[in-house]
Design a protein around this ligand. Structure first.
Ligand SMILES: Cc1ncc(COP(=O)(O)O)c(C=O)c1O
Length: 378
């Protein structure tokens, strides 16, 4: 780091690592010269955006010389109708990660303690560290779930915020209604709870999954996104629901014109396209079951997930990297989980029928050699 960097950059930023996204399709095309690519690395919607959302966004192209509505009137109105809320309870941003950025900027100061789990969404760790907050983490349970009991025991006078991804990425597991109730008994009113429900639409039909909108806690912020089930990762729109006092403070640090004009239109269109969402969920259930069966047949042991991705143990970082590389050579992009501190696991997003077929074929091709090199994890 040069002198300018040394003086300008606060200590807590110096060692911060930049977020690593799933490998983009174009990069694989460039590097490998392949044409058949299946990206199963970022938990996106393999069916694409809703056709209705596309129509709305296309219509908006002629207005791109104008700033967007900074109050996002129409999108907030639609969310209010759907969730029976007032606009004062809603914040919109550039993806749910954009809203997490507002939360850390508005509420956290250097030295504040943020409590969460190991092996959860890395984007949140990075954001909390970027404002100098101290991350306090507890390990996952043996069945790879947030350990709610340990979280409750770990709350201290210095705890300012608690982050829970429910369901969790990269494990796909969730905390139950009973566990959420247990935790909330121990959370003081002045501690903010971020409930990250990026995979809500996939999880919601599970009976013991706690839909945070069924609760009324003034210190809980629900975060959801159009990036996953709604198939709009590319336009970056997320939303948060909370008490109006929290929302009004978040609005102070929010950039006025997020989400952008096309984002607002696309998200609003997607909300009204129920058939597309249903198609998405149907495809996911079917392909999820097929993929779990495939992995079990091959003697892997996938973690039970209620999302659109599956994580399983390879047994070592070497085996994970080898599998990632060999699948990539065949045009299948998965995710090795080194950055999540689960280097002995890999994560595969659920794709279309054709994409999963591609994945199964590619796995069949590499497994004889994989078995010789690594065998199976305990
Ligand atoms: C748990 C979790 N939260 C948040 C996000 C970020 O979503 P968005 O695209 O809305 O910023 C992701 C994306 O992978 C995620 O897995």
């Amino acid at each position: 780091m040069n002198k300018l960097g040394r003086t300008l950059v606060p200590d807590y930023l110096k060692d911060l690592k930049v977020y690593q996204a799933g490998k983009p399709i174009d990069e694989v095309v460039r590097e490998k010269g392949l044409t058949r690519i299946s990206k199963l690395a970022s938990n996106e919607n393999p069916l694409g955006p809703s056709p209705f959302a596309i129509k709305e966004m296309t219509g908006g192209l002629w207005d791109l010389h104008r700033y967007p509505d900074m109050h996002a009137y129409q999108l907030k109105k639609s969310l209010c109708e759907l969730y029976n809320l007032k606009p004062e309870n809603i914040i919109l941003g550039n993806g749910s990660e954009g809203i997490m950025a507002y939360i850390v900027r508005a509420f956290l100061q250097p030295g504040d303690e943020v409590l969460t789990s190991d092996n959860t969404f890395i984007g949140f760790y990075i954001l909390a560290r970027s404002v100098g907050a101290k991350l306090c983490t507890v390990p996952l349970t043996e069945d790879y779930r947030f350990d709610v009991k340990k979280l409750a025991e770990s709350i201290t006078d210095k705890t300012k915020a608690i982050y829970i991804a429910n369901p969790n990425n990269p494990t796909g597991t969730y905390i139950t209604k009973d566990e959420f109730d247990h935790l909330m008994k121990f959370v003081p009113d002045h501690v903010i709870v971020l409930l990250d429900e990026a995979y809500f639409e996939f999880a919601n039909h599970h009976e013991d999954y706690p839909d945070s909108m069924d609760y009324r806690y003034d210190n809980v912020i629900t975060l959801r996104t159009f990036s996953k089930a709604y198939g709009l990762s590319g336009i970056r729109v997320g939303y948060g629901f909370a008490h109006e006092e929290l929302i009004s403070n978040l609005s102070k640090v929010k950039l006025p014109f997020e989400p952008n004009l096309i984002g607002q239109l696309g998200a609003n269109g997607a909300l009204y396209d129920k058939p597309h969402l249903e198609r998405t969920l149907r495809n996911n259930t079917k392909r999820y079951n097929e993929t779990v069966n495939f992995l079990l047949e091959k003697n892997f042991n996938p973690i039970k997930s209620i999302t659109n991705f599956i994580t399983f143990k390879t047994g070592s970082a070497e085996a994970s990297d080898w599998m990632f590389d060999k699948l990539l050579d065949q045009g299948v992009i998965i995710r090795a989980l080194k950055a999540n501190e689960m280097p002995d696991f890999v994560r595969v997003s659920i794709g279309t029928k054709e994409e999963m077929q591609h994945y199964f074929e590619a796995m069949e091709n590499i497994l004889p050699e994989y078995d010789k090199l690594f065998g199976r994890a305990e």
